[in-house]
Design a protein around this ligand. Structure first.
Ligand SMILES: [Zn+2]
Ligand SMILES: [Zn+2]
Length: 179
C-alpha cells in the first residue's frame, strides 16, 4: 500500500544567523525490498527513489554509512517546504512510499511497521554568521551541518570562526504518518 509520512522541524535563530535548509535527508525506514527494519534511506526532493543503505551498522553509528550495499527503494520526497523569518525557520517534508508487512530477514522476531519503530531522521542545513560577514570574512557562510533524532536536546550551534551563537533546536524533528 501507499503510505505517507510528514517530517517537521523548527529551529530558532539569533539575530546574526543566516539559515538555509539543505534539500536532502536520511530517514529510518522498514524496507520491504531488502526486508530489513530500521534501514537508513537517503532522500532528495528531485530523486525518483530513495537509496536504502543495507549496512549492518546500527543507528547509533549512522554517521558512517556503508554506501557499497545500497539499493534503490520505492520511497520518495513528495513535498519539501521551508518557511520562516529572522527568528525561526521551519521545514516540512512529505515522504511517500510503498509498504507491506514483513518480518526482518535477519532478526525474525522484529516485525516491520509503516512507521519504523526505530523512528529516526537526519536533516541538513547551512548557517552563516553576520558578525563574520560584516567583518569581511569570506568563510562567513558555514559548512554543512545536520540535526538528527538521537541527539541531546536542546542542540545549539555556534559560528566556528567567532563562536557567536547562531541556532537552537529545542527538540527532535517530528515524524508522523499522514492520511
Ligand atoms: Zn532496503
Ligand atoms: Zn562568526
Amino acid at each position: 500500500m501507499l503510505s505517507h509520512v510528514e517530517v517537521t522541524a523548527r529551529v530558532a535563530l539569533t539575530s546574526v544567523a543566516h539559515f538555509v535548509w539543505s534539500n536532502r535527508l536520511e530517514y529510518a525506514h522498514d524496507c520491504f525490498v531488502c526486508r530489513r527494519v530500521g534501514r537508513t534511506v537517503s532522500l532528495h526532493p528531485n530523486a525518483e527513489n530513495g537509496l536504502c543503505h543495507s549496512s549492518e551498522r546500527r543507528l547509533e553509528w549512522q554517521d558512517d554509512i556503508d554506501v557499497a550495499g545500497a539499493h534503490p527503494a520505492p520511497i520518495r520526497v513528495t513535498g519539501f517546504d521551508t518557511a520562516g523569518d529572522e527568528t525561526s525557520q521551519r521545514l516540512r517534508c512529505r515522504l511517500a512510499f510503498w509498504w507491506s508487512p514483513f518480518f526482518d530477514l535477519k532478526r525474525p522476531d522484529e516485525r516491520a511497521s509503516e512507521l519504523s519503530e526505530k523512528r529516526w531522521v537526519r536533516l541538513h542545513y547551512r548557517v552563516g554568521c553576520h558578525v563574520c560577514r560584516d567583518a569581511g570574512h569570506d568563510d562567513w557562510f558555514g559548512p554543512q551541518n545536520s540535526v538528527q533524532s538521537n541527539q541531546v536536546w536542546p542542540v545549539t550551534s555556534s559560528c566556528q570562526r567567532c563562536d557567536t551563537e547562531l541556532v537552537t533546536v529545542a527538540g527532535p524533528p517530528e515524524i508522523n504518518l499522514v492520511g
